[in-house]
Design a protein around this ligand. Sequence first.
Ligand code: C5P
Length: 294
Amino acid sequence: MLMRRSASAVRVWTPAKVNLYLEVLAKRADGYHELATLMAAVNLYDTLEMFENASGETTLWCDDAALSTGPENLVCRAVELARHESSRRDGVAIRLWKRIPMAAGLAGGSSDAAATLAGLNRLWRLGWDRDKLIRMGAVLGSDVSFFFAGSAAWCTGRGERVEPLRLGRALDLVLVSPTVGLSTAEVFRGLTVPTEPRDGAAVRQAAASGDVEALGRCLHNRLQSAAERLCPEVAGLCARLSSLGSAGQLMTGSGSTVIALCRNPGEARTLARALHSARDELNGARVFVVRSCD
Ligand code: C5P
């Protein structure tokens, strides 16, 4: 997350995340699932501009009319949480430019919520530390805390318990986002919890050592078959990426975006060009060439 402050405004560039590994360990009594997941932030950013608003009112504008800007939006819920925690009654006017596809497994909404908390912390000079922001993030959603953890993390619990992980090298990826998004809750409903969950030691080791070939072999997402039943395009795109020879391919989060792990930036660009040249087969899916954040 990058932030710039001026006299009465804060601008935040907040990244998308990908899951390189996601195992479901158990279903919990509260209805959530116990996870173990490796998340990495990538350089595809939404932008938020936050201005002090003397009227005391909170307003949200978004360049994408498809996004509801009402009180249920995670950005507005983050403002309410920050006001509650700080006992401030200040208002804020927020302008949001979306680049991260929505309902795509890239945690765009969670990233915007994290950016809102971080931005208000700066705008209102609240002095909250990272642990406080991580705890507040967990109140808003399972993926929000990750955005305070650094560029990659091993996440457990609902996903909100974050253990920063240093990647051995920057990862080059191609993201392919179908036009159809998926509801996280619906994907989890279609999931069969494994009786013997996989062990994540190998994927952590591969990520930490920067061994892309080994990482490619360890890619795993327990949610993928449930998502493929709702959106068969996911399986088709993964097969297409596999035929193009990346180090590995996988659906991220609860979908519907699929990712190709590439060996270097040139391979990622070549793969994206191959996808573009057979654009008709993409059914309008968007293609992004990205790199993990520093
Ligand atoms: O926490 P978040 O609001 O992002 O979760 C959306 C939905 O995804 C939850 O309501 C729940 O149905 C499902 N979920 C889950 N286990 C998790 C995370 C999410 O069952 N660890």
